[in-house]
Write a protein that binds this ligand. Structure first.
Ligand SMILES: Cc1cc2nc3c(=O)[nH]c(=O)nc-3n(C[C@H](O)[C@H](O)[C@H](O)COP(=O)(O)OP(=O)(O)OC[C@H]3O[C@@H](n4cnc5c(N)ncnc54)[C@H](O)[C@@H]3O)c2cc1C
Length: 235
């Protein structure tokens, strides 16, 4: 059976480097026989804020609306808003999820954080019993693929921004691994706006090569995660 890949993509411009990285991934993975779906969040005008409108029908406690509990109940009863339900479908079918984005303030753009807040619903994506290595998505893989405005040296342990691994901990461990995902090594495109055109082309070529090396993404065999597994979190 062919594997499905979901690319959650956040950039406003089709001419951006992020668009080129996303397009390269779609092309390579499709050519390997994967079924690729893209959630183009800005094009979809994806709602970023987690609000009571995410639930249809009567809420349990309108006076003290609790997003986690209300959306879990709505998920169980089929009362979540259609945009969340559609992302649940894509996520359920995907074996691998790639998040493609420009780094904003050391994290994902707000629209992508909104996807995480709204789509990783309590009950559907995690419970207090099912998290980390026992998590609901423990058979799925996830990868952050992103661009920066900073050079690599600035995100080293002695650099002005500090260690990139520390920066990525909330996303990779607190969100993805919390929901059970096996987190693959991030794909980092160091500052595309501040390097020569040839270097940008080389980065895209390296990305294509890396994806081609992950043929197991698309086939029904297990990849060698030890070579790419980023976080060794034994919770
Ligand atoms: C709100 C905000 C917060 C930010 N916070 C941070 C932060 O915390 N840390 C940090 O490091 N940076 C930060 N930045 C900077 C941001 O991460 C970078 O500007 C962004 O990652 C650059 O990626 P891009 O896709 O937008 O590049 P673009 O500017 O779209 O592209 C860069 C260059 O690549 C070219 N290009 C496009 N397609 C191709 C192709 N196929 N082949 C070769 N070249 C191509 C483009 O023409 C352009 O010249 C922040 C920016 C904003 C707006």
């Amino acid at each position: 059976m062919l594997k499905k890949i979901l690319i959650v993509y956040a950039h406003q411009s089709a001419g951006s480097f992020n668009a080129a990285a996303k397009d390269a991934a779609v092309k390579v993975l499709t050519s390997q026989g994967c079924k690729v779906e893209v959630s183009d969040l800005y094009a979809m005008k994806f709602k970023a804020s987690a609000t009571a409108e995410d639930v249809t029908g009567t809420v349990k406690d309108a006076e003290h609306f609790q997003y986690g509990e209300e959306t879990m109940l709505a998920w169980k009863e089929g009362r979540l808003s259609a945009d969340i339900t559609e992302e649940h479908r894509k996520l359920s079918e995907a074996a691998v999820v790639v998040f493609q984005f420009p780094m904003y303030w050391f994290t994902v753009p707000a629209i992508m954080k909104g996807w995480m807040d709204r789509v990783l619903t309590l009950g559907f994506a995690y419970t207090s019993e099912k998290r980390y290595s026992q998590g609901i998505f423990k058979d799925k893989k996830a990868m952050l693929s992103f661009t920066t405005g900073s050079h690599e040296s600035m995100f080293s342990a002695n650099g002005i921004n500090g260690d990139m691994n520390v920066t990525l901990w909330p996303l990779q461990n607190g969100i993805l691994h919390y929901c059970g995902f096996q987190v693959l090594a991030p794909q980092i495109f160091w500052p595309p706006p501040h390097i020569p055109s040839e270097s940008r082309c080389s980065m895209l070529e390296a990305w294509r090569t890396r994806l081609e090396g992950h043929a197991s993404f698309c086939l029904n065999v297990e990849p060698d995660v030890t070579t790419v597994h980023w976080c060794d979190c034994s919770h």
